[in-house]
Write a new protein. Structure first.
Ligand code: SAM
Length: 281
């Protein structure tokens, strides 16, 4: 996979992409990251990349000329071929107005061979870039950042984890939160529970007891079936508590539904006990 990042701050990426899995994936040749300094594609003495918005308003807007010139220097496949999927490459404009970046989208993008990430700045980017240059606009969340660089780093990291060989253990990526992929035969007793689109189950490591907090007994008893069921129940519990929207999108087994009913019953019982305790005081 080749990532190409278009930015006015190429130095921003010295750091976020130089550690851990992304660094190892670069060193192993699984991914390649090229940085393109937008200012190198300007034609004036001051290397101007921005200008005031037509119609008035706050701030400055990234000009279209350097962005188009930069993209044209990359010898990309024609936009129609990128949009139809004929070419395994895409041009992304990072934008808070874009489609929300999700694990599912990362999985889809990981199947490509080349991803160009355009980082906006200031009040944003001349709309003609979204209309005629980028294939898609992607947002990394419902908040406004100062620039697209953090978003580009988030996307590179997330997609790199999905590249074959990047994690060392092939099952790891499938077990993580949001991951919808479950492969029969691979997600065996050791993996105990692929997340199946839910949040991940809780993890514990040594010491078995820390400051009076013991590791749940079930995890040390060696019964893989019990561990699998406990992890699934915990994943459902956490998902119901923090991200109930995910439950609506995932196929749930009869066992899952039973767990969820028990979780609701437990919650009602705890609330009742809480009310009774308050009444007594
Ligand atoms: N005026 C824009 C708006 O309100 O939608 C915000 C522009 S923002 C200050 C500048 C740049 O940061 C954007 O062009 C985009 O590249 C990047 N950016 C900000 N928030 C982002 C997000 N949530 N996801 C991806 N990129 C973002």
């Amino acid at each position: 996979m080749k990532f190409e990042i278009v930015t006015i701050f190429p130095d921003f990426f010295r750091g976020p992409l130089d550690y851990g899995i992304v660094r190892r994936a670069r060193e192993a040749g699984i991914i390649e990251i090229l940085l393109h300094d937008l200012r190198a594609f300007t034609t004036d003495r001051h290397k101007t990349v921005d200008d005031r918005p037509f119609g008035g308003g706050e701030g400055m807007v990234l000009k279209p000329e350097p962005l188009f010139a930069c993209a044209e220097s990359l010898a990309l496949a024609p936009r129609e071929q990128r949009l139809s999927g004929e070419a395994k490459e895409t041009v992304v404009l990072l934008s808070p107005q874009g489609a929300l970046f999700t694990q599912g989208m990362a999985e889809e993008l990981a199947a490509l061979e080349r991803i160009v990430l355009i980082c906006g700045r200031y009040e944003g980017v001349d709309e003609r870039v979204a209309e005629a240059l980028a294939d898609r606009e992607i947002s990394i969340g419902d908040y406004v950042l100062s620039g697209g660089e953090l978003g580009a780093a988030v996307m590179v990291d997330t997609i790199t984890r999905l590249m074959p060989g990047a994690l060392g253990n092939e099952a790891s990526a499938r077990q993580e939160s949001f991951s919808a992929q479950v492969k029969a035969g691979i997600d065996g007793p050791d993996s105990t529970c692929a997340s199946g689109g839910l949040l991940d189950y809780p993890h514990y490591t040594r010491p078995a007891e820390f400051r009076g907090m013991p590791v749940p007994e079930v995890l040390v008893n060696g019964n893989h079936d019990e561990i699998r069921r406990w992890r699934r129940r915990k994943a459902l519990e956490k998902t119901a508590r923090n991200r109930p929207d995910l439950l609506e999108r995932q196929p749930l087994s009869a066992e899952d539904k039973k767990f969820l009913a028990e979780i609701v019953e437990d919650k009602i019982a705890k609330e009742k006990m809480g009310r009774e305790a308050t009444r007594k005081t």
